[in-house]
Design a protein around this ligand. Structure first.
Ligand code: 8YV
Length: 328
């Protein structure tokens, strides 16, 4: 990066403290009004940037990368998931990609746990009832949900977040089952008394609640396909705080509508920000606006990671959170 201060284009509004620091350190171009950039605006951005700081709402695809100027050498994404970036093309074009892992783990796991509690206990339905003015008071058979304690939780993706969900779930009396590309360390399995299922299908048929915690990659696209979802039992719940694309959302909505499964808690959507209209009509699904990692502390930590990645790279070193295509 030949310039004294790299030109850093930030695609969305970040916490003020982060923007201020970036302005001090780099020749930073901010997005003051926070409107997501169009593909044309992204192309303009990559033409002028030395460093691009995108978020999950930007699609950094082949077409955008093809227009990048020769100075664009670093894509320092603000977020952990990198499925919005064409990693292979970035790598081919000699660009380094970084993300912000680790700092969203606990917040995301908290929200997964919140959904694991909220859906079977009908929390959102209860809240809606209170606001509707139709509550007539306590009744012995009204608002009955299902007990969490003693149930089986099946975690898909036992990385940092999956493990953090498992730790929380243990405190609520759930037994831990997991499916992952590989078995986790024996000491983690022992700590969580976790059962490893090599076959996702077999695990799905066995558990009461499923929590999706794997990244979206070509290998996990529609991992919960219509066929696999059918393996769930009618009393099962599905919670997704990862990426919408991991579940066949249309199949899930149909099953929820037909009560082939009991409920779902979703923070992410296959075609975000568009929501499958079927889901909006259902009472047995809790819908959140991709807010699992949305804490002020988390966003500042993410911003600090972005700054460290840019600074390290600009100083001629390998940035700490470099993402390699083969990792996904
Ligand atoms: C972030 C996320 O808020 O980091 C991720 O992968 O899904 C989110 O929780 C978002 O990506 C910010 O770009």
């Amino acid at each position: 990066m030949p310039r004294a201060k790299p030109v850093v284009v930030v695609t969305r509004k970040l916490p003020e403290v982060i923007e201020t620091r970036m302005m001090e350190l780099f020749d930073t171009r901010l997005n003051r009004n926070d409107k997501p950039m169009t593909q044309a605006e992204l192309i303009e951005a990559v033409k002028q940037a030395d460093v691009l700081v995108p978020t999950v709402t930007d699609r950094i695809d082949k077409a955008v990368l093809a227009e990048a100027g020769s100075t664009l050498k670093l894509i320092a994404s603000f977020g952990t998931g990198v499925d919005h970036i064409d990693l292979a093309t970035a790598q081919e074009r000699g660009m380094v990609v970084t993300n912000t892992p680790g700092v969203l783990t606990e917040d995301t796991a908290d929200m997964a746990m919140a959904l694991i509690l909220a859906v079977p206990r009908r929390l959102a339905e209860g809240e809606r009832l209170m606001r509707s003015g139709e509550w007539t008071g306590w009744g012995p058979t009204t608002m009955l949900g299902h007990r969490i304690w003693g149930k089986r939780l099946g975690i898909i993706g036992m990385g940092r977040i999956g493990t953090a969900v498992a730790r929380r779930a243990r405190g609520f009396g759930l037994s831990i089952h997991y499916h992952n590309r590989h078995r986790v360390d024996a000491d983690i399995e022992a700590e969580l008394e976790a059962a490893y299922w090599e076959s996702l299908g077999q695990m799905l048929a066995h558990v009461d609640i499923v929590s999706v915690n794997c990244p979206h990659t070509p290998a996990t696209y529609h991992l919960l396909s219509a066929r696999r979802l059918k393996l769930l039992r009618p009393h099962a719940y599905v919670v997704n705080t990862s990426r919408g694309e991991v579940i066949d959302e249309n199949a899930l909505a149909e099953m929820l509508k037909n009560h082939e499964i009991a409920g779902a808690g979703l923070d992410v959507y296959e075609h975000a920000p568009t929501i499958n209209p079927k889901l909006l009509k259902l009472d047995n699904v809790v819908l959140l606006p991709h807010m699992s990692s949305a804490t002020i502390e988390g966003r500042v930590d993410m911003g600090e990671k972005v700054i460290i990645n840019i600074k390290t790279f600009a100083d001629g070193h390998s940035p700490p959170d470099r993402v390699l295509e083969m990792m996904f």
